[in-house]
Write a protein that binds this ligand. Structure first.
Ligand code: 5AD
Ligand code: SF4
Length: 469
C-alpha cells in the first residue's frame, strides 16, 4: 500500500477543482456547462468513470447522457480486444463532427487504450481535435489537466508508465442509487499471455481493509442494496498488504455490517480460488451464491500456453467442492476461442468442460492478439473463419446449458433485487436472483431498487419469469 497518492497531492487537485469552478462560472454566465463521460469495457473502468464524473461535477459540470451538445466529452477506453479499439475510433469520428459545430468542445480520452504508446501516437497524428489524453495512473490529476485546458492550453497529454497508484477519497457520482461497485484492488500481476491488462493497469495493489470496509458501510448506511467488490483477481486481495488480511476475511467482515444488502465480487482467478473462499461464501448470508470463475479454455495444453497456472482437473476440483458446499451455487465464466496453437480437439475439451460445470451463462470471445503480449508473437495458423465456426458451436452448446440451468429453477422461490423495467414489456420489472439469474416479474407492487421474494413460474433460455409471493 506504499503507492497511495499523498494527501498533499489530493489537496492540490481539490484546489484545481475550485479554480476550474471559478473559470467555468465566468465562462458560462447564462447556463451550466455540461459533460458526457462514457466508459467502455469492464466494471473497473465504469468505477473509474464514476470518479471522473465526480471530479467534473465538483468543478460545476452538469452530467449529460449524450455527447451531442456537451462542453466536455471524455471517453474512458478499454484495450482488451481489437473491437474495443475500433468502437472508440468510430465514436471519435462522431465527436469530431460535433466539434465542428462547437469548436470550444473539449474532447478527452483516458483509460487502458491510450496507456499504450502506439495508440497515444495514433490519436496525436489522426485525431488532432482531441484536447486531452491521460493514462490510467493519473486519473486523480484530471482537475489539473482541466485547469490547464480551461486556462488556454490547446492540448494536454499525460501518460506516465508506472506500477500504479491508489487515490483514495476522490469525489464520485454513482450510476445507480442501489447498486454500487467498490474496487478492492487495482492492476494485475498474472500476465496471462493473451492479456493487455497488466501492461496498462500496472501491478496489483490492494486498497486498505479500512478504506474498503468504511466505503461499503457508508454505502449500506445510505441505502445501497448490492455491493460489487471489484478486482482483476479478488482472490489475491491483500497479498501486498502487511496487515495479513485476505479476501475471505474481507468478505466475512463485510458480511457482518448491519443492513439489508447483498455482496457480489468479480473476478476470481481459479488458481487462487480456495476452499476457504468457498466456505466463506457458504457461511456468509449476504455474499451471493454466484462465482464468476473464468476458465478461458478446457485444454491443459492451451491453459499452459495462456499461463493460467491451473489444470482442468484443479479447476473442476474447486467447482465440485463449491457445488457440494453450496448446492444452489451458479457459475459463470469467460472463454477464449482460437488461442494460438489451439486445434479442434482442444476446443472440444472446452465443450466437454462447459457441459460438466453447467454455467448459467458465459462470456465468449475469439482470441484477439494484443500488441506487446506474449501471445501476439505465437504461431496462430487457424483462420478467423474457422475460429468463428468454433465460437458458434460454443454459443449453441452454451445456449442449451443455459436453458437447462434456468429450467431447473422453475418452482423455486428466489429473492430478487429489481433493477430495471422489463426489456420487452413495460409492465414487467427485471432483476437478479442471489445466483445472478435474470428474473422478469409483473410490476404490481414491486419497486426498482428493492428486494422481493418471487416464485419462478417459467424459464426462458436466458431469463426466468416470476410472480410475487
Ligand atoms: N482476446 C480475447 N479475449 C480476451 N480476454 C482478455 N484478453 C483477450 C484477448 N486478447 C477475455 C478473457 C478475460 C475477459 C475479461 O476478456 O476471457 O477473462
Ligand atoms: Fe488479464 Fe489474466 Fe490479469 Fe485477468 S488475471 S486481468 S486475464 S492477466
Amino acid at each position: 500500500m506504499g503507492n497511495l497518492v499523498s494527501p498533499e497531492e489530493l489537496l492540490c487537485q481539490a484546489e484545481y477543482m475550485k479554480k476550474c469552478e471559478d473559470i467555468l462560472k465566468s465562462n458560462f454566465s447564462n447556463r451550466q456547462p455540461i459533460c458526457y463521460v462514457h466508459s467502455y469495457g469492464c466494471q473497473g473502468n465504469v468505477a473509474d468513470g464514476e470518479k471522473i464524473k465526480g471530479m467534473l461535477a465538483q468543478m460545476g459540470y452538469g452530467l449529460s447522457n449524450s455527447a451531442e451538445g456537451a462542453d466536455v466529452v471524455i471517453f474512458n477506453t478499454c484495450a482488451i480486444r481489437e473491437n474495443a479499439h475500433d468502437r472508440v475510433y468510430g465514436n471519435l469520428g462522431m465527436l469530431i463532427h460535433y466539434k465542428k459545430k462547437n469548436p470550444e468542445m473539449i474532447i478527452g480520452l483516458c483509460g487502458c487504450m491510450v496507456q499504450q504508446d502506439h495508440v497515444a501516437k495514433k490519436i496525436k497524428d489522426v485525431f488532432p481535435g482531441v484536447n486531452l489524453v491521460f493514462g490510467t495512473h493519473v486519473i486523480h490529476k484530471l482537475p489539473e489537466f482541466m485547469y490547464n485546458i480551461l486556462s488556454g492550453s490547446k492540448k494536454v497529454y499525460n501518460i506516465v508508465d508506472s506500477d500504479g497508484v491508489i487515490a483514495e477519497g476522490l469525489p464520485v457520482v454513482r450510476e445507480s442509487k442501489f447498486k454500487a461497485s467498490v474496487p478492492i484492488s487495482y492492476g494485475c500481476n498474472n500476465f496471462c499471455t493473451y492479456c493487455i491488462v497488466p501492461y496498462v493497469k500496472g501491478r496489483e495493489r490492494s486498497r486498505s481493509f479500512d478504506s474498503i470496509y468504511n466505503e461499503v458501510k457508508e454505502l449500506v448506511d445510505s441505502g445501497y442494496k448490492e455491493i460489487m467488490l471489484l478486482g482483476q483477481n479478488v482472490n489475491s486481495y491483500g497479498n501486498d498488504l502487511d496487515s495479513g488480511v485476505n479476501f475471505s476475511y474481507l468478505l466475512s467482515k463485510i458480511n457482518e455490517i448491519n443492513g439489508d444488502f447483498r455482496v457480489r465480487f468479480m473476478t476470481s482467478h481459479p488458481k487462487d480460488a480456495t476452499k476457504e473462499l468457498i466456505d466463506t461464501i457458504a457461511n456468509c448470508d449476504k455474499v451471493c451464491n454466484h462465482l464468476h470463475l473464468p476458465v478461458q479454455c478446457g485444454s491443459d495444453k492451451i491453459l499452459k500456453a495462456m499461463n493460467r497456472k491451473y489444470t482442468v482437473s484443479q479447476y473442476l476440483d474447486i467447482v465440485d467442492y463449491a457445488k457440494k458446499k453450496i448446492p444452489d451455487i451458479s457459475f459463470t465464466s469467460d472463454i477464449i476461442v482460437g488461442f494460438p496453437g489451439e486445434i479442434y480437439s482442444d476446443f472440444q475439451e472446452t465443450l466437454k468442460l462447459i457441459k460438466e460445470v453447467k454455467y448459467s451463462s458465459l462470456f465468449m470471445f475469439i482470441f484477439s492478439p494484443r500488441k506487446g503480449t506474449k501471445a501476439e508473437l505465437m504461431y496462430d495458423p487457424i483462420p478467423k473463419e474457422e475460429k468463428s465456426k468454433w465460437l458458434t458451436e460454443l454459443i449453441n452448446c452454451q445456449n442449451e446449458i443455459s436453458a437447462e440451468v434456468h429450467a431447473n429453477c422453475v418452482g423455486k422461490i428466489e429473492r430478487v433485487l429489481f433493477d430495471g423495467i422489463g426489456r420487452t414489456d413495460d409492465n414487467m420489472l427485471t432483476g437478479r436472483t442471489d445466483t445472478n439469474l435474470v428474473v422478469d416479474c409483473k410490476r404490481a407492487n414491486l419497486k426498482i431498487g428493492e428486494f422481493a421474494d418471487v416464485r419462478i413460474i417459467k424459464a426462458h433460455r436466458m431469463a426466468l419469469i416470476g410472480e410475487l409471493v
